[in-house]
Design a protein around this ligand. Structure first.
Ligand code: T4K
Length: 370
């Protein structure tokens, strides 16, 4: 039986990569903001339609650095329904995560609950565009303006998503991308901060390079979070194919939509709220009416070799390490708790054959009618 995983990475044709590797071998520059790094920053800014991109070794270090750059202190209001890295970036900075619930009709943080959680110690809001679906950026901006808070977006899932004519990454003070192997655009490991002015970009680039201003001066306590030339080479080779990767993902999502439309116990994601989506995930909501629980469906699919994932279960404050940050999860975060028990991410990646989507849909239909 063939195993189908929740995702498989895109890999550019190896000859595309070799051309870039040849440049590294010729220059002998392997890291520290070399020519490929600079070219990828430039090409990404142009592709994403954003002013400035600063590359990182991964998304988590980019998040941790973004918080440092903005000088965030005290409490940060964030979502519990995300990958653990979102909270880890806060605690690594000695910040306190304060969890606001998700909305009733969204995977993302609820503006009204953000407002309820603000205290005199709050300094920022850290939203996540979960599965690439936009946070309510307008409402979050209004709250942030009223209470003088910084806004950061963990946009690890939001590469290339645009709303109206704008990139989703143009919202907030800073947005952070992940280029991990499992992401729509990957450099094997990697990440980036999107910023809106040159002085902020310079501060970001300084912090990720030990805080050096020049050979003899350190301006700020920095860290080493640079992307190497080899990861930048992979990025340059990938970027040339990104449109076709996203188009193939879209075909997969559309096939699911057709094949699963007759199933009454599930709700499919709607991509209507955005001008262009990246189809990074296919989060299926298992309805209350379902005769089987989400976990039973997850286990049954595994018996057919289909490895869906329960992103994001458990909720972050359910991890023992983070329990102290929420008194009563089902009382305080009921919507996020519901999502963590009801969402199943089906396999979605550009090389997933439509016949495989049919196979998954057939098995799901059998499981739900048993
Ligand atoms: N913020 C958010 C909202 C995030 O989702 C993430 C990362 C971050 C921040 C942090 O960004 P990074 O620091 O990672 O750049 C995966 C990823 O490791 C993680 O990057 C991602 N989010 C998270 C949602 O998913 P796992 O534990 O589910 O990964 P894993 O290894 O089980 O991979 C899933 C499937 O992908 C495997 O079953 C097979 C396939 N796979 C995976 C890898 C690594 C491959 O085929 N090849 C591969 O090389 O966390």
């Amino acid at each position: 039986m063939k195993e189908i995983f929740v995702t498989r990475p895109d890999l550019p044709p190896i000859n595309d990569l070799l051309i870039h590797l040849q440049r590294i071998w010729s220059s002998g520059i392997l890291t520290n903001g070399g020519p490929l790094h600079q070219e990828l920053e430039h090409n990404l800014a142009s592709y994403l339609k954003v002013p400035y991109v600063s590359l990182f070794c991964n998304g988590t270090m980019a998040l941790a650095t973004a918080l440092k750059v903005l000088g965030i202190r005290g409490e940060v209001i964030t979502t519990p329904f995300t990958f653990v890295a979102t909270t880890e970036a806060l605690t690594w900075n000695g910040l306190i995560p304060v969890y606001a619930d998700t909305g009733t009709d969204s995977f993302n943080i609820c503006p009204a609950d953000i407002e309820r959680k603000i205290t005199s110690n709050t300094s920022a809001i850290l939203g996540v565009h979960c599965y690439g679906f936009p946070c309510d950026t307008q409402a979050i901006k209004e709250i942030a303006d009223n209470f003088n808070l910084a806004v950061l977006y963990d946009a690890a899932h939001a590469f290339g998503v645009s709303c109206d004519c704008e990139s989703l990454l143009s919202h907030g003070d800073l947005s952070v991308l992940s280029f991990h192997a499992t992401k729509v655009f990957n450099t094997f490991e990697g990440g980036a901060i999107v910023s809106h002015d040159i002085s902020t970009k310079k501060r970001i680039d300084r912090i990720k390079n030990f805080g050096f201003i020049n050979e003899t001066t350190i301006g700020v306590a920095g860290i080493n979070a640079k992307m190497s030339e080899i990861n930048a080479a992979i990025g340059l080779a990938q970027l040339a194919h990104i449109e076709s990767y996203i188009e193939k993902r879209k075909e997969v999502a559309q096939r699911y939509a057709v094949r699963l439309s007759c199933l009454k116990h599930v709700t499919m994601p709607s991509y209507d709220s955005v001008k262009s989506h990246n189809y990074s995930y296919f989060p299926l909501l298992i309805n209350q009416s379902s005769p089987l629980s989400r976990d039973e469906i997850y286990s049954s699919l595994r018996e057919f070799g289909i490895f869906s994932r329960r992103y994001f279960y458990p909720l972050i404050p359910e991890f023992t390490l983070y329990r102290e940050f929420c008194d009563d999860i089902s009382r305080d975060l009921p919507n996020a708790f519901f999502l963590s028990r009801k969402v199943l991410c089906l396999p979605l990646y550009s090389s997933l054959a439509l016949e495989e989507v049919d196979y998954i849909a057939d098995k799901l239909t059998i499981i739900l009618s048993s």
